[in-house]
Ligand binder design. Structure first.
Ligand SMILES: NC(=O)c1ccc[n+]([C@@H]2O[C@H](COP(=O)([O-])OP(=O)(O)OC[C@H]3O[C@@H](n4cnc5c(N)ncnc54)[C@H](O)[C@@H]3O)[C@@H](O)[C@H]2O)c1
Length: 282
C-alpha cells in the first residue's frame, strides 16, 4: 500500500497527512473548506521546519514530504487510494455520509479507516457496502509526536483489515494497540470523564484552571494538566465525544459539564480559537 486519502484537514487531518507523507506515502488531503486545506498545509510546513531546525531530518527530506501531499475539496479526487483515513469533524451524520460516499467511490480492497474519537466503528460500517473493510485508526494529538494508534475493531471488521492496518501503523513507526468497538474506545472512556471532572471543579469554584492542572501535573506526574489537554484536543471535540458517550452508554455519568457547553457555545474552543481555559497568543 502506498496511497492514502486523509479526509478532513483540521488539527488531526494535517498531522496524519504529515506522518504518512514523511514515510513515503502519496497523500491526498481532502476538506470541504479551501481555507482548512491552506491552514493544514501551512501547519505541516511549519512543523517540518521545526523538525529540520531540531536536526530531525534534512531540508530536502522536508521538501519531499511536502511534495507528496496533494489537496482537494472534492472527495472523488481520491479514487485510486489503498487506504482512507477519515478525520472530519466529530459529527455522526457527516461521517455516515462520508463513508457511504467512500464505498461508492473506492474498490472493495481499499480500507476505510476513521480517526473518530468515540463514534461506533460498527455503526459507521453499517453505512457502507462492506463492513469487513471498515476500522478505527485513532491517532493521538499531536500526531507527529504521539506514538500510539488505537486500532478499533468493529463487530464486522475482518482479520485481514486488522492485520493490514497494524502493518501500516508499524510502517509509520507508531505502536498499534487493538481494542474492540465501544463508545470512546479505551482512550476517551478513561480520559474524558477526567477532563469533565476537572471542568466541574472549575465550574463549582473549587479551584482555578491553573490549580486543577497543577494538582494533576505535580501530584500525578501527568505531562499536561487535563484542562490544558482539553484546550489542545479542542473543547468542541471534547463536548462531541462526551455526547456520544452519554448517548452510547445511556449513562448520565458522562454528561458534559455546563461550563464546557457554555465555552463551546461562546466560541472558546481552546488552542484552535486562541482561547479556552488558557489564552494562546501564537
Ligand atoms: N482533536 C483531537 O485531539 C483528536 C484526537 C483524536 C481524534 N480526533 C478525532 O479526529 C477527527 C477530527 O478532529 P479535529 O480535532 O481534527 O477536528 P477539526 O475541527 O480541527 O477539523 C475537522 C475538519 O473536518 C472538515 N470537514 C467537515 N466536514 C467535512 C466533510 N464532509 N468532508 C471533509 N472534511 C470535512 C472541517 O472543514 C475541518 O477542517 C474527529 O473525529 C475527532 O474526534 C481528534
Amino acid at each position: 500500500m502506498s496511497k492514502v486519502a486523509v479526509v478532513g484537514a483540521g488539527t488531526m487531518g494535517n498531522g496524519i497527512a504529515h506522518v504518512f507523507a514523511q514515510h513515503g506515502w502519496d497523500v491526498t488531503l481532502v476538506d470541504v473548506e479551501l481555507e482548512a486545506l491552506e491552514r493544514g498545509l501551512k501547519t505541516i510546513s511549519t512543523n517540518i521546519e521545526r523538525l529540520v531546525k531540531k536536526g530531525a531530518g534534512s531540508r530536502e527530506q522536508g521538501a519531499a514530504t511536502l511534495a507528496r501531499i496533494a489537496t482537494s475539496t472534492k472527495l472523488d479526487s481520491a479514487n485510486d487510494v489503498d487506504l482512507v483515513v477519515e478525520a472530519a469533524i466529530e459529527n455522526p451524520k457527516i461521517k455516515f455520509e462520508i463513508f457511504a460516499a467512500l464505498c461508492r467511490l473506492l474498490p472493495p480492497q481499499t480500507i476505510l479507516a476513521s480517526n473518530t474519537s468515540s463514534i461506533s466503528i460498527t455503526e459507521l460500517a453499517r453505512h457502507t457496502d462492506n463492513p469487513a473493510r471498515v476500522i478505527g485508526m485513532h491517532f493521538m494529538n499531536p500526531v507527529p509526536l504521539m506514538p500510539l494508534v488505537e486500532v478499533v475493531r468493529g463487530r464486522l471488521t475482518n482479520d485481514e483489515t486488522v492485520r493490514r492496518v497494524v502493518e501500516v501503523v508499524e510502517e509509520l513507526k507508531k505502536t498499534p494497540v487493538i481494542v474492540n468497538d465501544s463508545p470512546g474506545f479505551v482512550s476517551n472512556r478513561v480520559l474524558m470523564p477526567m477532563i469533565n471532572e476537572a471542568i466541574l471543579c472549575v465550574q463549582e469554584g473549587i479551584a482555578t484552571a491553573e490549580a486543577v492542572d497543577q494538582v494533576m501535573t505535580l501530584g500525578m506526574k501527568h505531562p499536561l494538566g487535563p484542562l490544558a489537554l482539553a484546550d489542545l484536543i479542542g473543547l468542541d471535540v471534547c463536548l462531541a465525544i462526551l455526547e456520544v458517550m452519554v448517548e452510547g452508554f445511556g449513562d448520565p455519568k458522562y454528561r458534559p459539564a455546563r461550563l464546557l457547553k457554555e465555552m463551546v457555545a461562546s466560541g472558546r474552543l481552546g488552542r484552535k480559537s486562541g482561547v479556552g481555559f488558557y489564552v494562546y497568543r501564537d
